[in-house]
Design a protein around this ligand. Structure first.
Ligand code: NDP
Length: 294
């Protein structure tokens, strides 16, 4: 019955494909990052609720351990393949070309898909693999040419990382997914994406740790719009042309977060939220220049 997905705009990518501007994030929807039967059941149930709420764009990753559960939910839902948009990401342990290829096959198997919509290098890891994320990028783009992948992208790439892969390969990522929320608007990376025509996708769009959700300024804007703080933050992303993938394990919040297409923030309200940016101090996730984790 829910038709929320019908109102979600599509963002046109540089490679000619399109991505729904709002999606559902699956980081930490299960108790831990292991791929096992229990976790698959937990994630399948939660992602089924997200599909029920109207989400058609699902964000997973090899590192989250959620691909199997996402695949189960997709199989159970019986939604036509061309209505779905599925993103996964290459785990940091799999950057070597042969590991990338093998793990991509596992990703497709777990998701139960013949083709993935978007595959991202999860982190650039400039301090690992001898600093060679260029070969990783080249190998990932080969999957598109081979027909198993629709769009190739990156995640957590800073302007210098983008410049390096584009200069070395001539291939521009379709998407860069990186941390953006009102306390860390990440202007430099957004500007670099704009210069190259790379679609900007926000991870942790609500701020990950809940802090922007209690912000005084945004709370006042929400009251005047008769919307929730989460809806105002997501609307701020949408009006900036940013793709957003909020995570919630609660069905009522899944519904709340997808219903952001029936109101508009004024230019003054957008400027007030823009002014909350704390620069690098506002970052809550790892710094891509130094991150070496999973
Ligand atoms: P979000 O910014 O989406 O915030 C999630 C938190 O906000 C959860 O604690 C959630 O709690 C709470 N929340 C969600 N909706 C509401 C609401 N309407 N009202 C109040 N609280 C709410 O954080 P994430 O870090 O999860 O980012 C979203 C997605 O981005 C991830 O799931 C993942 O797919 C992706 N991501 C990618 C990264 C990368 O390196 N590429 C890094 C981090 C995230 P509850 O579940 O209890 O509702």
């Amino acid at each position: 019955m829910p038709t929320a997905h019908a109102s979600i705009p599509q963002i046109r990518l540089k490679d000619g494909r399109s991505i729904p501007q709002l999606g559902y994030g699956t980081l930490a929807v299960q108790p831990d990052r292991e791929t096992n039967e229990h976790n698959a059941q937990v994630t399948a149930q939660i992602v089924s609720q997200a599909l029920e709420a109207g989400y058609r764009h699902i964000d997973t990753a090899q590192a989250y351990g959620t691909e199997l559960g996402v695949g189960r939910a997709l199989a159970a839902a019986g939604i036509q393949r061309d209505e779905l948009y599925i993103t996964s990401k290459l785990a940091n342990a799999n950057h070597a070309p042969e590991h990338l290829r093998r793990s991509f096959e596992t990703t497709l198997d777990r998701l139960g898909l013949e083709q993935l919509d978007l595959f991202l290098i999860h982190w650039p890891l400039p301090t690992l693999y001898g600093g060679d994320y260029v070969s990783t990028w080249r190998t990932l783009t080969e999957l598109v040419a081979e027909g198993r992948l629709r769009s190739a992208g990156v995640s957590n790439f800073e302007p210098a990382h983008l410049e390096r892969i584009i200069e070395a390969t001539g291939v521009v990522p379709a998407v860069n997914q990186f941390e953006i929320h009102p306390y860390f608007s990440n202007a430099a990376t957004r500007d670099a994406c704009g210069r190259y025509g790379i679609a900007v996708e926000a991870h942790s769009p609500l701020g990950h740790n809940g802090k922007p959700l209690t912000d005084h300024t945004i709370t006042q804007i929400a009251a005047s719009q008769e919307k929730t703080v989460a809806q105002v933050i997501l609307r701020w992303h949408i009006q900036h042309g940013i793709i957003a993938i909020p995570k919630s394990s609660r069905p009522e919040r899944m519904v709340e977060n997808i219903n952001v297409f029936d109101f508009e923030l004024t230019a003054a309200q957008m400027a007030e939220i823009d002014a909350l940016d704390q620069g690098p101090e506002g970052r809550v996730g790892p710094n891509p220049e130094t991150y070496e984790g999973v």
